[in-house]
Design a protein around this ligand. Structure first.
Ligand code: 523
Length: 130
């Protein structure tokens, strides 16, 4: 039996003026209240880059260009992998359309933020962007 590739979740690291955009999750209960790089699941037939453009449009109301991956892929489960990309905004103002709140953090703030566990693996990579 061929082993299926894990499905991919993509997340965006948007840095402007030395600050990183974080979003506070509203769900599920075990992640609610924790901060993450916004993003979501890649749909079947969609490239990861296209998925991230779509997710950040839906969640934040911004249009982005997707750059290079940030850090290494993180296994969320046997069937789900999480990957971050650097993104650049080219239009819109980031608004919490699906999250509880948004926050722009500098390097000092980042150290004290309660991140979702998977995103915490990227802390050194994210700090290096700031
Ligand atoms: N993560 C995660 N970090 C992170 C994201 C964007 C997602 O750990 N920065 C996890 C949380 C969920 C899974 O990835 O376990 C799917 O993310 P979610 O719920 O944001 O993706 P959606 O919105 O595409 O998912 P559904 O609405 O459930 O389809």
């Amino acid at each position: 039996m061929p082993v299926p590739e894990p499905a991919l979740v993509v997340a965006g690291a948007l840095v402007e003026n030395g600050r990183l955009l974080l979003a506070r999750r509203a769900s599920p209960p075990e992640l609610a209240g924790l901060w993450e790089l916004p993003g979501g699941k890649v749909d079947p037939g969609e490239t990861p880059e296209d998925a991230l453009v779509r997710e950040l449009r839906e969640e934040l109301g911004i249009e982005v260009t997707v750059g290079e991956p940030v850090g290494v892929d993180v296994a969320l489960s046997a069937t789900l992998t999480l990957r971050a990309y650097a993104v650049t905004r080219f239009a819109g103002t980031a608004t919490a359309l699906e999250h509880e709140a948004l926050r722009w953090v500098d390097a000092a703030d980042l150290r004290g933020v309660d991140l979702v566990p998977a995103d915490a693996a990227w802390l050194p990579d994210l700090a290096a962007l700031l």
